[in-house]
Design a protein. Structure first.
Length: 173
């Protein structure tokens, strides 16, 4: 028995389990891939090995993009890009950025405030929507039609790389 084999038997560390799950996900075809990727990401999140956690999110995002699940892919790729950029893994961060661009989103530069991309009007509308106001209510407050509010919100979502009011609330505008 090799030293590493004995170690893995005696101490089934979350990263070892995560590596095994991710390897299975990379080799698997079909419906099981998603569950394996999610389990691997969950295991990596329990470790201190941030680069492996970020790489798992990157490979899952790549898989989602290949499955034409672009909105979900953006979430994973954005998280991977942010994590990889923060820890200085430039080659992997650039790979995540390329994948994000392939989904139609421009990746953020490290340290960039995503809200800085919004116009004053968009920021105002986004703030009211994040607080729970409907498009009709925001329109009444700002003397604009609900259709105009929805157009502004679509621009906000695109600029921030999000797809829902829930995500808007999470950004704490």
């Amino acid at each position: 028995m090799t030293h590493l084999g004995a170690l893995a038997r005696a101490y089934p560390a979350p990263w070892a389990v995560a590596e095994w799950l991710q390897t299975r996900a990379l080799l698997e075809r079909g419906e099981d891939c998603e569950a394996l990727y999610r389990q691997a990401i969950g295991q990596f999140a329990r470790t201190r090995v941030r680069v492996l956690h970020a790489r798992a999110r990157l490979t899952y995002g790549e898989w989602l993009r290949r499955e034409n699940r672009r909105a979900e892919a953006r979430d994973e790729l954005r998280a991977a890009h942010d994590m990889l950029s923060r820890i200085g893994a430039r080659a992997f961060a650039e790979r995540a950025a390329r994948e994000l661009r392939a989904t139609g989103e421009q990746p953020r530069r490290p340290g960039e405030d995503p809200l800085g991309r919004l116009t004053a009007q968009e920021r105002l509308i986004a703030g009211k929507a994040a607080a729970g106001a409907t498009s009709k209510e925001v329109g009444v407050m700002l003397f604009l039609s609900p259709r105009t509010i929805d157009t502004h919100l679509r621009n906000v979502y695109r600029k921030l790389g999000i797809s829902s009011r829930r995500q808007l609330r999470e950004m704490s505008l």
